[in-house]
Design a protein around this ligand. Structure first.
Ligand SMILES: Cc1cc2nc3c(=O)[nH]c(=O)nc-3n(C[C@H](O)[C@H](O)[C@H](O)COP(=O)(O)OP(=O)(O)OC[C@H]3O[C@@H](n4cnc5c(N)ncnc54)[C@H](O)[C@@H]3O)c2cc1C
Length: 377
C-alpha cells in the first residue's frame, strides 16, 4: 500500500519533494497558501547561482556534487536546460575569505578548480574588470539555474505521477497521532501518513512551540543591460569586495542580474509586502557594476525584492519536528538552498523510510540549539 504525504509549500523545496515522492509511488498532496506563480516567497524568478564548491562548507560541497548529478538528470528529463553551466568565479579582495574557502573545499574533495588572479579573470573573460590582485577560485561546473522553468517542470512531473496541488489553501495547523497526521487547512482537513513542512519564511508559524531563531531578511535584486560581446560566455560570480559580497549571473533573456548577498540585513515580516526598492538599495550595486564590468550600463533596468530566511551561521534545518515522528521539517534556506533541490526528495524519502534525519550533526534541531548556546556564550 502506498504511503500518503502532505507537503506544505510549493517553493523549490516542496515542489522538488512532491515530484520525487510521486515518482516513487507515494500519494502526495501539496498545499499552498497562495496562487500558482506567486512572488511572495523565495523561489520565484529567472535565475539562481549553482556554485559547485560552496564556500559555506564541506557538507554543502558534497551535497552540491550530488545535486549536480541531479540537475543533469533533470535537464535531460525536462528536455530543456534547468541548469545552464557557465563556470563560476569566487573572488576575494586580498585578505578576504571566500576564494580561499572554496579552494580549500575543492582540494579536500578533489573537485576540479583553478586558482587565478583578477588579471587572469579580465584576460579570459573581458566583460570583467576586477582588480588584478583579487584571488579567484574558478569552478568549471558552476552555472545558472532557471527557477521558474524548474518549478514548472517539477509540478508537471508531480501531476503526471498522480500528485495533487491545492492552491490558495493556507495550512493553519497539523496534529500528529499514532497513525498519521491531520493537516488543518482553510478548506478542511487532509489526513496522511506523513506531513512535510516546506514553508520557507513561514516555518515558525506552523511550529509555534519550537524555538527556531529564523530571521527573514529583505533582499533586493537588480538587472542590467550588457552590451559587451563577451557577455555570452561570462561565468557566474561571487565577489567579496571588503564592503559587501556581491553576486551575479547572466539571465536567459540576455541581462546581467546582480545583488548583494543578504543585502543590508534588514529584517522584514513575510506576512506583509516588503518595502519598495529605493536608490539607497541600488546605488552600491550600480557602483559595483560600473567599476567591475565593461560595457554594462550601470542603471538597473529592473529591480525586485525577495525574502531570505536565515538561520544562525547560514545553516539548514532538516529534521523531524521536535517530539514528532511523522512531521518532517525542510528549511534549506539562508539564501543558498536552491542549488541542492535535486537532493531533497531522496532525503525526504529516506527520512520516512528509516525514521532518521540526514546529517543530524549539522542540520538538526539539536545542532541548531547547540549553535545558539555557543552564540550566547
Ligand atoms: C534573493 C534570493 C537569492 C537567492 N539566490 C540563491 C542562489 O543564487 N543560489 C541558491 O542556491 N539559493 C539562492 N537563494 C535561496 C533559495 O532561493 C531558497 O533557499 C529557496 O528558494 C527556499 O525555498 P523554500 O521552498 O524553502 O521557500 P519558498 O520558496 O518561500 O516556499 C515556501 C512556500 O510555502 C508556502 N507556505 C508557507 N506557509 C504556508 C502555509 N501555512 N500554508 C500553505 N502554504 C504555505 C509559501 O507561500 C511558499 O510558496 C536565494 C534566495 C533569495 C531570496
Amino acid at each position: 500500500m502506498s504511503r500518503s504525504v502532505v507537503v506544505v509549500g510549493t517553493g523549490i523545496v516542496g515542489s522538488a519533494i512532491a515530484a520525487h515522492l510521486t515518482t516513487q509511488g507515494y500519494d502526495v498532496s501539496t498545499v499552498e497558501q497562495f496562487a500558482p506563480g506567486h512572488q511572495r516567497g523565495s523561489s520565484h524568478g529567472d535565475s539562481r547561482l549553482f556554485r559547485r564548491i560552496p564556500f559555506e562548507g564541506d557538507l554543502y560541497t558534497r551535497l552540491a556534487g550530488q545535486a549536480l548529478k541531479g540537475w543533469r538528470a533533470w535537464n535531460q528529463a525536462a528536455g530543456t536546460e534547468l541548469l545552464h553551466v557557465t563556470g563560476g568565479l569566487d573572488m576575494s579582495v586580498p585578505g578576504g575569505n571566500i576564494a580561499g574557502d572554496s579552494r580549500r573545499y575543492a582540494r579536500e574533495q578533489s573537485v576540479p578548480h583553478e586558482v587565478i588572479t583578477g588579471a587572469e579573470v579580465n584576460a579570459r573573460y573581458p566583460i570583467y574588470n576586477v582588480p588584478s590582485d583579487w584571488l579567484t577560485c574558478f569552478q568549471s561546473s558552476s552555472g545558472v539555474i532557471y527557477p521558474d522553468r524548474t518549478l514548472a517542470y517539477l509540478r508537471e512531473t508531480a501531476t503526471r505521477h498522480g500528485g495533487e496541488f491545492h492552491w490558495n489553501t493556507p495550512v493553519y495547523a497539523m496534529n500528529e497521532h499514532p497513525n498519521g497526521v491531520d493537516v488543518e487547512t482553510s478548506k478542511g482537513r487532509i489526513s496522511a501518513d506523513y506531513a512535510i513542512i516546506a514553508s520557507g519564511a513561514w516555518l515558525c508559524h506552523l511550529l509555534p512551540d519550537a524555538d527556531i531563531p529564523a530571521r527573514t531578511i529583505r533582499n533586493v535584486l537588480c538587472w542590467f543591460t550588457p552590451s559587451h560581446p563577451a557577455f555570452e560566455t561570462m561565468p557566474i560570480f561571487l565577489a567579496e569586495t571588503g564592503t559587501h559580497t556581491f553576486y551575479g549571473m547572466p539571465t536567459s533573456d540576455g541581462r546581467l542580474k546582480v545583488a548583494i548577498h543578504g543585502h543590508f540585513g534588514e529584517l522584514t515580516d513575510p506576512e506583509h509586502e516588503t518595502s519598495p526598492v529605493m536608490a539607497a538599495d541600488t546605488d552600491p550595486i550600480s557602483e559595483f557594476v560600473e567599476t567591475h564590468f565593461s560595457d554594462v550600463a550601470p542603471e538597473p533596468v529592473e529591480t525586485v525584492t525577495c525574502l531570505y530566511t536565515e538561520l544562525p551561521e547560514t545553516e539548514f534545518l532538516i529534521d523531524f519536528a521536535p517530539s514528532r515522528n511523522r512531521i518532517l521539517v525542510f528549511s534549506p534556506c539562508s539564501g543558498h538552498g536552491f542549488k541542492y533541490a535535486p537532493t531533497f526528495g531522496d532525503m525526504a524519502k529516506a527520512m520516512i523510510e528509516t525514521g532518521k534525519a540526514p546529517f543530524p550533526e549539522q542540520f538538526s534541531f539539536d545542532a541548531l540549539a547547540s549553535r545558539q548556546r555557543a552564540d550566547r556564550q
